[in-house]
Design a protein around this ligand. Structure first.
Ligand SMILES: Nc1ncnc2c1ncn2[C@@H]1O[C@H](COP(=O)(O)OP(=O)(O)O)[C@@H](O)[C@H]1O
Ligand SMILES: [Mg+2]
Length: 299
């Protein structure tokens, strides 16, 4: 259950520049209430964390925000757009880009081609231009390629530009997905478990990348199970449990919240962890990356 109206969170913050306001979003799958009256708001410049035990509704919330799922009720305003009324392909144009819990790349294309595809929503060459390959089209393609190279450098895999996506190490595939998402020039970048499967040093590199993205003016929404990463990176955290908002606030406050601790420990005693600082904290039950529903997303 939402404990606060969406705007209260934002008012309490030093940066009142609202980017996204979700209000009472609910999503049901048959008899399962996957999201129940979820309200929260994200300010420009946030690295906004979304956590919760497996099955809490985190990916479903991403799918609602990106119009893959239509909620039964609730609204979501993003920079003046009512997201729940947009088609999935209009979401990127509105300024939201995402990555997936289960990596989704064109495995038989090279790294740079994957990024170039991400860029195409912002280009102008029409079908006629693509067929005739006139000068304007060729120039645009060169610009797209140049920008894709820059993005690969930006995420740290410039040297892999011509490698097949499927041949890249796992951590590089995750970074390639981020580069492809950035190619759409989003205002909000939503990352669904970007550190899943990464080792400690890869996670550290990822952390620096996410900070750089934020510093470059892109707001980040982050689903992540690595609590050290979440607590160190995010300035705000939303906790979901059984589709309901359990807590929302600064990481340190959320971490101490008895309801949050109980939700995690109750979900699997013995699986809990202690984060630096000694607070009882939150680790997922089961594997680092939960059983995904990505496969169901496009049904
Ligand atoms: N397309 C779907 N059809 C049926 N149930 C779904 C679908 N997507 C998600 N669910 C269910 O909704 C609940 C929340 O799932 P999800 O959002 O993937 O959780 P999280 O990402 O927090 O682990 C789970 O019980 C899951 O099985
Ligand atoms: Mg998920």
């Amino acid at each position: 259950m939402s404990t606060q109206p969406a705007t209260v969170n934002a008012d309490a913050r030093s940066m009142p520049d609202l980017l996204l306001v979700a209000s009472k979003l609910s999503k049901r799958f048959g008899g399962l209430q996957a999201l129940s009256d979820v309200s929260f708001s994200i300010c420009k410049g946030d690295i906004y964390g979304l956590i919760g035990p497996n099955g809490a509704g985190k990916t479903t919330l991403f799918n609602v925000l990106t119009s893959l799922y239509i909620p039964e009720s609730g609204t979501c305003n993003f920079m003046g757009h009512q997201l729940t009324r947009l088609k999935p392909h209009e979401i990127a144009i509105a300024g939201i880009a995402r990555t997936f819990q289960n990596i989704r790349l064109f495995s038989n294309l090279s790294a740079i081609e994957n990024v170039m595809i991400g860029r195409h929503i912002r280009t102008h060459a029409g079908v006629f231009g693509a067929i005739t390959r006139n000068r304007a089209t060729r120039e645009e393609e060169r610009a797209i390629q140049q920008q894709a190279h820059e993005l690969l450098d930006y995420v740290g895999i410039g040297h892999r530009a011509n490698h097949l996506a499927s041949a890249l190490p796992y951590g590089d595939q995750r970074r390639l997905e981020i580069a492809r998402a950035l190619a759409t020039e989003p205002s909000l970048l939503a990352l669904d478990e970007p550190a899943a499967g990464m080792n400690a040093s890869e996670t550290m590199v990822l952390r620096r990348l996410i900070e750089k993205i934020r510093d470059d003016g892109i707001t980040v929404l982050l689903i992540e199970h690595d609590m050290k990463l979440v607590m160190g990176l995010c300035n705000r955290v939303l906790v979901l449990d059984y589709g309901k908002v359990l807590a929302e606030g600064k990481p340190a406050d959320v971490q101490r919240n008895p309801r949050v601790i109980e939700a995690y420990l109750g979900a699997g005693a013995g699986n809990h962890a202690t984060v630096p600082g000694g607070d009882a904290a939150v680790a997922p039950t089961g594997s680092a990356s939960d059983a995904s529903n990505d496969d169901k997303e496009l049904q």
